[in-house]
Design a protein. Structure first.
Length: 206
């Protein structure tokens, strides 16, 4: 009896999860198709095949929904940062980090493009964008600062160098958001960006 009762109480929870996930997935599709600013709650509920009442049961409005989607991206970044690094040389470590960053922008382009639109009119979303950017590039910054302390790098302004590299990566990532590419293409791009960084920052004998 207890088992049956437990299963019965979880059914509404599963239904709520399905409805919420369906709305969020549909929202990402709508944002990608017509843009965040032009999209409406009706567009999202039509795509999700749910009523307005169901939408407002989970979200206050379109901004609240985007906020939830962005928070999920932040969780992805934090979870990835907790994964243990493999024993590889510095170049390979940088290439792997570059690949992760490019994949992140490529795979989450719909939400990120919506966030880019929203931040133009809402300071709250601008702060969210900065959080994602800072967390993505923090590990590259850590690796370069550590290498500079060990004397592996050319003599240069560390803060200017790191900011310039981050801007270079972000610039290409913005290209990926608007023109998603295949895994093979992002791998080649990651190698090219890593080559630029490695040759510009590190001493060849390091």
């Amino acid at each position: 009896m207890k088992m049956a009762k437990s299963q019965e109480t979880t059914k509404p929870d599963r239904r709520r999860t399905v409805n919420q996930d369906q709305i969020m997935m549909s929202a990402m599709e709508v944002f990608s198709e017509i843009g965040y600013m032009k999209s409406t709650v009706k567009d999202i509920t039509t795509k999700a095949n749910v009523g307005h009442g169901t939408f407002y049961h989970y979200f206050k409005n379109k901004n609240h929904l985007l906020d939830r989607l962005v928070d999920e991206l932040l969780e992805k970044v934090d979870k990835d940062a907790q994964t243990k690094a493999l024993s590889v040389n510095l170049y390979e470590a940088m290439r792997m980090e570059a690949q992760k960053i490019l994949d992140f922008y490529n795979q989450n382009s719909g939400v990120l493009l919506a966030l880019k639109e929203a931040m133009m009119v809402d300071q709250h979303f601008k702060e969210k964008w900065l959080k994602i950017s800072e967390r993505l590039f923090r590990r590259i910054e850590r690796d370069i600062k550590g290498s500079m302390k060990k004397g592996y790098c050319h003599n240069m302004n560390i803060d200017v160098t790191i900011r310039a590299l981050a801007c270079m990566f972000e610039g290409y990532c913005h290209h990926l958001m608007r023109q998603p590419t295949s895994q093979m293409e992002t791998q080649k791009a990651a190698e090219s960006l890593t080559d630029l960084c490695y040759k510009a920052v590190f001493k060849l004998e390091a």
